[in-house]
Write a protein of this length. Sequence first.
Length: 173
Amino acid sequence: MYSDRRLILIMITFLALAVLQAAYFYPKLPDKIATHYGTDGASDNFSDKKTALIINIALISLMSAIFYGLSWLMKKVPDNLINIPNKAFWLSPENKPLMMKIISAFGIRIGIVTELFLLMLFQHIYSMNLSESRLNNRNFWIGLLAYFAIIGLLVWQVYQFFQSKQRVNRFQK
């Protein structure tokens, strides 16, 4: 299990990659870029590249802040609003700090996966604008399905963790 500090470092690294990605593509992109594509893959909405790249950086920054903020906010949530398997066991005074650490790490991991999805999406959009071709819907759907599959796997892992009371010993060392 990665510590929150390590996960936050990964999150910051992906945020920095988004900034580098935008800086790399900025001089290469045309002044007006496609920012939305129809179901047929043809571009149907445009923006100037500066605005589009600023929005992309703002979006990924906002997502990072939300997921980090939720991991911090979770520590303030009253016990009656927490819904996990074996709730009494995990909310006991000796296990609650570990439970909060696991939930916090889970939120940050979802943030990291979201950042990766956005980086992939931005790369795809920048590439389409450089080649002036239609959006490859197949790549988008594969990326989106992979994103949901990874989120599902993370949810399943956390659920499985909280199902077992024996796993607590492994993480308290």
